[in-house]
Unconditional design. Sequence first.
Length: 335
Amino acid sequence: MTDQASLAIDTLFPSLVFDLETQGLFNFKLPADHPDQPRIVQIGAVYLEEVRAGDDRTSPVTRIMNRLIKPDGWTIPVEATAIHGITTAMCEEKGVPIAAALDELMEMWATCAVFSSYGMQFDSKGVRGELRRLGRPDCFGIRPEVCLMMAATPICKLPRASGNGFKFPKLREAVEMLLKKRSLKHPGEEGAWEFTHLWHKLRPWPDSVEGIGMMKKKYVVATLSNGNVALLINMAKHSGIPWDHCFSGETFHHYKPDPESYLGVVDSMYLKPHQVMLVAAHNGDLKAAQKCGLSTGFVHRPKEHGPNQKTDLKADGDWDAVGESIIEVAKKIGC
């Protein structure tokens, strides 16, 4: 594992942060793929692009993954369900094969600068074990790995019960210390929820409300986001975004760029693919939608990923409409 103090800030992005839920605890004396080791029941991950101080955007997340794993002979003990809330029945109903989930995770891993989790020793062992069971290369150690829990330990400085050194902080304890170091008053239980849901109050781009309003006069306007439905509704309420409906990866149990997410909208609206247009600032998103037969509109957002953005600086595909703002795209599609 990478020395937590050895990484310069410029090497941290793009960053892949992931987390696992399993059947139980790992035995660190046994190989990762030993038959007695617990299996992964869920993988969650976020891919973050660089964000610089002074930027007026706080949207580092460019891709989200959240997959339950379909059982291949294993079940989830009740004691594990009591901790993470995931049941065998849930995984059987909504899970994907572990091979497909690892394909998605490792695709993001292939382009990240840093791979991290809050408990890397545990989480990396789980992924290593599943890769080995599939006969795939154990890729860990090729890219810098950061355990956020270990990185937080010398910052939080929480004494061990024995009095020797510092203990590993729980995630909540690390968040509380972050608030303290930022000179923010501890918010309490209710305030902590508010703190972790600041995403729900993100400000839209200045042209968004007007441009979406123009589109709404002629078309049905809806989201298709990897954010959850509650997030999208709260963002609309907070900023007056006039969406007609909120579609989410959560709605279809598939997240972009899965075809099921784009085609889920098409099916829900009883339309043909070409009758639905995805308007986005990300060429990759539009490419995936176009492969599904959707119409496409590109909005140029040169600071979508921060002031030093290196991707999506121009329309890289044969999109149906291209504009410097949503207002311009609205005009180009007849609004």
